[in-house]
Design a protein around this ligand. Structure first.
Ligand code: C5P
Length: 237
């Protein structure tokens, strides 16, 4: 049985979107005791590699957001290599198809009981209906999200990464089983940055998010640990 978050603090994933490990560690030190997980993304992982994961994992469980998408054999090999580094969650693209997703799950299971959760990304929020048509997808974005989500879960994904506005439709279509990890979160009153469609931490959890991913509202705050604490305090018990 895969974990669900253990209390409000366990729900908070802080995104460390920094170009260097030194900057990530400077943020992670004070923030990790206030959060459930730390998100290590593609930029930092490409720059600093496995040592970044090892260092951050010493502070909190790590959500490794690398969005793998390749032939099944290659993704299985990559998941096997990454699982050995001990992340709690790894992302793949649902668009890689059922065989790729099944191969990812199988490779994760080879890591044993403490295996990483495999989370599927459906339609990137940077893709609108016009862009989807440009790559040959005629479906409405939300229908495409549900279609890919259902396929990914049937193929073996443990959960999904989705936007706050997708949480309700996904729960309605696919039930309470899938683990949902939700970025695009802004505490009331904080700057939107480049996020257009957001929810507050409380709204996202009430709608059915298991974990929320928050970057700049924490990492850009004058006191990141206090910002993380305030978000956790705002979550339903
Ligand atoms: O700083 P902010 O809270 O906007 O950071 C959100 C994090 O979640 C970033 O790491 C971003 O790449 C990621 N993310 C997102 N929207 C998605 C998928 C991932 O904001 N649809």
């Amino acid at each position: 049985m895969l974990p669900r978050p253990d209390g409000p603090q366990g729900r908070l994933i802080v995104a460390l979107d920094t170009p260097t490990l030194a900057q990530a560690e400077a943020l992670a030190g004070p923030v990790a005791p206030e959060a459930g997980l730390l998100k290590l993304g593609l930029e930092l992982f490409c720059a600093e590699g496995p040592p970044a994961l090892a260092r951050l994992r010493g502070l909190a469980p790590v959500f490794l957001d690398v969005k793998l998408h390749d032939i099944p054999n290659t993704v299985a090999g990559a998941i096997g290599a990454l699982a050995a580094l001990g992340p709690a969650m790894i992302t793949i693209h649902a668009a890689g198809g059922p065989a790729m997703i099944a191969a990812a799950r199988k490779a994760a299971e080879a890591a044993g009981a403490a295996r990483p959760m495999i989370l599927a990304v459906t339609v990137l929020t940077s893709l609108d209906a016009a862009t989807l048509r440009a790559i040959g997808v005629e479906a409405d974005p939300v229908n495409q999200v549900i279609r890919l989500a259902r396929m990914a879960l049937e193929a073996g994904a443990d959960g999904l990464v989705c936007s706050p506005r997708e949480v309700g439709p996904i729960r309605a279509a696919l039930g309470e089983g899938p683990r949902l990890v939700v970025p695009g979160i802004r505490p009331a009153g904080s700057a939107l940055g480049d996020q257009a469609r957001v929810a507050t931490p409380e709204e996202a959890v009430r709608d059915g998010a298991d974990w929320i991913v928050v970057g700049r509202p924490v990492t850009g705050a004058a006191d990141p640990a206090a910002a993380a604490r305030a978000i956790v305090a705002s979550l339903p018990r």
